[in-house]
Design a protein around this ligand. Structure first.
Ligand SMILES: [Fe+2]
Ligand SMILES: [Fe+2]
Length: 152
């Protein structure tokens, strides 16, 4: 058992907890602003991040560590949609960077299961950043016409 790996799993969990509260905050605001389609997509991503936080906790407990309960940042509130998407892209990019590094450390520590866990998360974070980037791109290029397709 490696304390290095447990610390990384907890760092990741803390980041997931930030993403969960950020995406929930956005989902409520978007729902309130009648951007129902975007709201449900972001809610779906928030639920995926909850599963990530759980998987990390399960692994930490298995390694006899103690899962962290504190997010590493507070959610931003009241951003316009392009600002929200920029925030989300930054969150995902930071997770991708951390999980890539973490997978490398897990390999060095000969912890294949934790490495697989980080790689699994990476795949989903890449889908998320891809979604946020595409959406931001459309909003930037098409403006209100595209925003109108995200209502409902
Ligand atoms: Fe995640
Ligand atoms: Fe994500």
């Amino acid at each position: 058992m490696s304390q290095k790996v447990i610390d990384l799993l907890n760092k990741a969990r803390s980041r997931e907890l930030t993403a969960i509260s950020q995406y929930m905050a956005q989902h409520y605001e978007l729902e309130d602003g009648d951007f129902g389609k975007l709201a449900s997509k972001i809610k779906e991503i928030a639920i995926t991040e909850m599963k990530h936080a759980e998987k990390l906790a399960e692994r930490i407990l298995f390694l006899n560590g103690e899962p962290i309960y504190k997010p590493d940042a507070l959610p931003k509130k009241g951003q316009p949609i392009p600002g929200m998407l920029t925030t989300d892209m930054a969150l995902e990019a930071a997770s991708i960077k951390l999980y890539n590094e973490a997978a490398f450390v897990c390999a060095a520590e000969k912890d294949q299961i934790s490495k697989d866990l980080f790689e699994g998360l990476l795949k989903e974070e890449e889908d998320h950043i891809n979604y946020f980037e595409n959406t931001k791109d459309h909003v930037d290029k098409l403006g209100d016409a595209y925003l109108a397709t995200l209502t409902g």
